[in-house]
Write a protein that binds this ligand. Structure first.
Ligand code: BV8
Length: 283
């Protein structure tokens, strides 16, 4: 009989064993990283995408960078906000949202701040934003003021829409600090992007939600999609899930990007573009 043509990147046997396990699963996690949004057109952190002008994105995603040069950091985030609103969720974002609607025991743990899962109508109760989102902005004075707002329109003044200021050849207008967004509530401190910077702790509520999920029983599977799994505590959830009985399914372009803690019998690795593979895996 004519066998179905094997999918690019998907071994038929692996696909069958994955589907068999998924169909028996009731409690599933997915750790999502920048690779999930790569096909939508957003650069990833590592590799070529990791550079913004001459800066390593990681070095800009810190409180120190913001205190040293709020203008540069706001221009970095303003550009990323602008970019994220220019692109669309891809089929993988939609497939994960569909899985959430079908499986109440599914939780997506997203490291991404691009808002694409939200725009794919992923049920908010099943989407844990581990590192916040570009579209929340909040007062620098978290203690006394604590103002926070959802905001899609704020632009760091300097940038005209068509300037690709990620290109180091494009001169970066110098934006004076007094041109940066000030908290509308206390009117004393700058607003900052509502993301978790390196050295900052993850949102209490989100940590609590994940702990509650883990404490509620075993975990049948964790999918690790488009992430280099190097940033903690996010990456730590992979081993936590394993400890609760989960099998691990990695979806990544790069076969070298496997979670720390090694490879276990029964794990799956599907090499390729998340936007193509994830819908096939979750169909
Ligand atoms: C914390 C939001 C402590 C901002 C991000 C020294 C000082 C302080 C802390 C530390 C330190 N040393 C270590 C730490 C801990 C640190 C950490 O883990 N550092 C790493 C670098 C070692 N962690 C922290 O600081 C965390 N906080 O520890 O606080 C604390 C505790 C209590 C009280 C006070 C403090 C906070 C970390 C959060 C940082 N914020 N993002 C922003 O976005 O600007 S992290 C950011 O980078 C992302 O959110 C993500 O988490 C990470 C990037 O990783 P990925 O998403 O995996 O993306 P990447 O580019 O790396 O990989 C893409 C992958 O996709 C690749 O594997 C590629 O092959 C694959 N791919 C590409 N295309 C595709 C694809 N796959 C499929 N399809 C494709 N098409």
């Amino acid at each position: 009989s004519s066998s179905t043509a094997p999918d690019a990147g998907i071994d038929a046997e692996d696909l069958a064993s994955f589907h068999e396990h998924l169909n028996k699963s009731t409690r599933v996690l997915a750790l999502l990283g920048a690779g999930l949004s790569a096909s939508s057109g957003l650069p990833t952190f590592r590799g070529a995408g990791g550079l913004w002008r001459t800066h390593d994105s990681v070095s800009l995603a810190t409180p120190e960078a913001f205190n040293t040069d709020s203008s540069l950091v706001w221009q970095f985030y303003s550009y990323r906000r602008h970019m994220a609103l220019q692109v669309q969720p891809n089929p993988a974002h939609y497939a994960l949202a569909k899985l959430a609607r079908k499986m109440p025991g599914f939780q997506a743990l997203s490291q991404n701040v691009d808002g694409l899962s939200q725009r794919a109508d992923h049920p908010p109760g099943q989407l844990q934003l581990l590192h916040g989102t570009l579209f929340e902005v909040r007062c620098m004075d978290r203690g006394r003021c604590g103002h926070s707002e959802t905001n899609f329109v704020l632009q760091a003044k300097q940038q005209s829409k068509d300037l690709d200021i990620s290109d180091v050849k494009v001169p970066l207008a110098s934006v004076k600090t007094h041109d940066l967004p000030v908290c509308p509530k206390c009117k004393q401190y700058l607003l900052r992007p509502g993301v978790v910077w390196f050295g900052e702790s993850l949102p209490e509520q989100v940590l609590d939600n994940v702990d509650k999920f883990m404490d509620a029983g075993g975990v049948d599977m964790i999918m690790v999609i488009g992430t280099s799994a190097k940033v903690y505590p996010a990456a730590g959830y992979i081993e936590d899930a394993r400890a609760k009985g989960a099998r691990v399914c990695v979806v990544n372009m790069d076969e070298n990007d496997r979670p720390a803690g090694g490879w276990k019998k029964g794990d799956w690795f599907f090499k390729g573009d998340a936007a193509t593979l994830v819908p096939r895996l979750l169909e």
